[in-house]
Design a protein around this ligand. Sequence first.
Ligand code: ADP
Length: 545
Amino acid sequence: MKSTMQEYSLTIGAIARHGTTVHTRRQVRTRRPDGTMRVATFAQLGERTAQLANALRALGAGTDTVVATFMWNNQEHVEAYCAVPAMGAVLHTLNIRLATEQLVYIANHAGDEIAIVDASLAGQFSEIAPHVPTLHTIIVTGDTDLSCLIRTGKRVVRYDDILDGQPTMYDWPDIDERNAAAMCYTSGTTGNPKGVVYSHRSTYLHTMAICAKGALEVGPEDSVLPIVPMFHANAWGLIYAALMAGADLVLPDRFLQAEPLVELIERERPTIAGAVPTVWNDVVQYLEERPDADISSLRLVGCGGSAVPVHLMRTLHDKYGIYLVQAWGMTETSPLATISKPAPILDDSQYWQRRASQGRPACGVEVRIVDSDGTVVGHDGEAVGEIQVRGPWITGGYLDLEADNSFDSGWLSTGDIGSIDADGYVTLTDRAKDVIKSGGEWISSVQLELAIASHPDVFEAAVIAVPDDRWQERPLAAVVLGHAADVTIAELQDFLRDKVARWWIPERWAFVDQLPRTSTGKCDKKCLREWHSRGQLTPADLTGR
Ligand code: ADP
């Protein structure tokens, strides 16, 4: 029997229209360079979204035109998030932190035709544009001298000029929910970046999952601060979630250091935020110098991208009443795959053990573990293997890449290694490319890093495998110490004794001023390995400790 229900397409246009016509009084507030805020209501956002769509159409954009953004988190970026997919074009958020060469590769691979570029990034973009033949028009938001962009030979226009005088209504087309809506490239730490193309349907369903109580529970009483860049896996879905739920958006623009972030939180009083652990580490450290600062408006903070240290969760919980919730996912998974919100009925240690895990799958995502023979292993919390996922917002391939070994009978092989327990909690032990095999046994770099970072004198730690004559590989710990830290290697080794297996404890340590970072703010282990192979992380460099 067929159902009697309507075939209503789940589209980004539907989310944007809902947000801007139902939650008309909600606001998007963007930080200006002088610290004041630019404010637009969602109703105004709706009008400007229509104006942008009209302007893009006048510039030649139509169905499937790829419109790139090269922008910070601000109001214009939200307008592009709404207008581009809703008019049937494809939004391509370029990662502004990548090297020019990689950006040129990505923009060409995606076939970018129009780019919306923040004024502060004009110089950087002028290095890319001449090498992208498909790109014909650059739209600049904000005020800057356009000459470097004009020299690229592309048509250059100002965002405000092209919106000016455009109708505040647009005849939004009916769009098949399976069509492309937006695209994002993987970071390409190994090999070239790969294109992930989200559909309207995948984005709609992912947005509902983000808003759900088991996830980030975004509601009309909330004000959402996405610190995670809008070019990093769609700001983890927070923009569309705010539009769907009718929550305010507070946007930091390019002011992402701890001090301006804390000021923004104090003044704008968001209730929900999202950012990688490094950002919260910096914020906590900054708050030690500013104990009077009040960030307690935040009740829930989504955190992921790399493992979230328990002491960070506890500090934010104990001092500010903030629930730092760990989620796991990747560009390929939109990105939410699992999230750790255990029921508080557990005893304290079980509860925090679960909070420290990567969590349980969001409804819609299925997760399994496959061992090195390709056999699916049980959910016993012990068996470790590669994590595979499938679901309506998980990619089933990469753009224009026929042969790729990331797919296994409809499942995406994530390249992450971990286990699943009987209650469905996933614990990630490593990325396949970072595993350490010592004397034939695995050492989990993630668990070892978390254990080292739980020392009060340690700010951050990263562990890589280095060659060893006797054990083939041994861990090397690169450690960033806190401000007033005074700890020796022997003390750190001693500290680890009751936390990890004895044979996991590294003999090799290096103290560094900071860890190298990837374009998405994670520790760049490829770079650490390079430092090591160039002799820059040898015991001789241990600053006399
Ligand atoms: P990249 O790290 O290559 O820039 P993504 O931003 O898509 O690309 O990151 C996805 C990867 O980040 C995952 O495959 C996983 O290794 C890591 N990751 C994400 N969330 C977590 C988490 N909560 N704990 C540990 N690792 C995580």
